[in-house]
Design a protein around this ligand. Structure first.
Ligand code: FPP
Length: 246
């Protein structure tokens, strides 16, 4: 929620859309687009770290993406394994802390192991926190939180009437992390697509027609400039916000 000096968002969330269309435009198979998307992931991580963003959360694979053709799902999973093998050392050198959120138990044992290793390797880093959402859905996250609170209540550990927003947020995958200040979505669509439904409540939303494989630092800076131009009111009036800033 808090903005940093020069109005840099503390937490940026990204829906990386348009890989398939990018590939089609080149007359290539969809997986070529996902592969090209890794370069944009690298550029975005670098840009976020350089600009002083503290948390970056990328939507890499949604709960609904399992519905894609088996061949595409399997090439995406292979790409994740390969990206982890290639990128973790560099991320570690750059003091980035990696975290994976989502229904990770749905992933192959090999991928889960690589993710756990990457988290362990980078756990002590103090720079950018990079959350990668895989097999993630905003509704799934909320339902899981509700289940956890209901179990605690049934076990007599908690009175249902004591449940408040903070307690609920503490059960979500991004517990302990400030909500995204800015959501970037590439690929021309203007929707949330079951991403961080709870956490995006007050995010500024920035959409671009640029397809994910063509997203770069210049585009990231455009999104930051848009964010810097917004007055965040959280229900207050503009006059109240200006008075508090004086
Ligand atoms: C959406 O584009 C993109 C995805 C479902 C996959 C995102 C994955 C990557 C960018 C690969 C690398 C990620 C990491 C974290 C290493 P789309 O396929 O829906 O595009 P379309 O709308 O043009 O079909």
């Amino acid at each position: 929620m808090s903005a940093q000096p020069n109005n840099i968002p503390t937490h940026v969330a990204v829906i990386m859309d348009g890989n398939g269309r990018w590939a089609r435009r080149q007359g290539k198979a969809r997986h070529t687009g996902h592969r090209a998307g890794v370069k944009s992931v690298r550029a975005t991580v670098e840009a976020a770290a350089e600009r002083g963003v503290s948390y970056l959360t990328l939507f890499a694979f949604s709960s609904e993406n399992w519905r894609r053709p088996e061949e595409e799902v399997s090439s995406l999973m292979s790409l994740f394994v390969e990206a982890l093998r290639r990128e973790v050392a560099e991320l570690h050198r750059n003091n980035v802390r990696l975290r994976f959120v989502g229904a990770l138990e749905q992933l192959s044992g090999g991928l889960q192991k690589k993710m756990a290793e990457a988290e362990k390797t980078t756990a002590g880093n103090s720079g950018l926190v990079l959350n990668v959402a895989v097999a993630f859905g905003g509704r799934w996250d909320i339902v899981k939180a509700a289940q956890s609170l209901a179990s605690k209540s049934a076990a007599g550990k908690l009175d249902a009437s004591d449940i408040d927003e903070d307690m609920f947020a503490d059960e979500l995958q991004l517990a302990g992390i400030p909500d995204p200040d800015l959501l970037i979505r590439t690929g021309g669509e203007q929707r949330i697509s079951n991403f961080l439904l709870w956490n995006l409540a007050y995010a500024e939303l920035w959409f671009t027609d640029v397809l994910w494989p063509e997203f770069d630092k210049t585009e990231f800076d455009r999104a930051l400039a848009y964010f810097a131009s917004k007055q965040r009111r959280y229900g207050h009036t503009g006059d109240q916000v200006e008075a508090a800033e004086c």
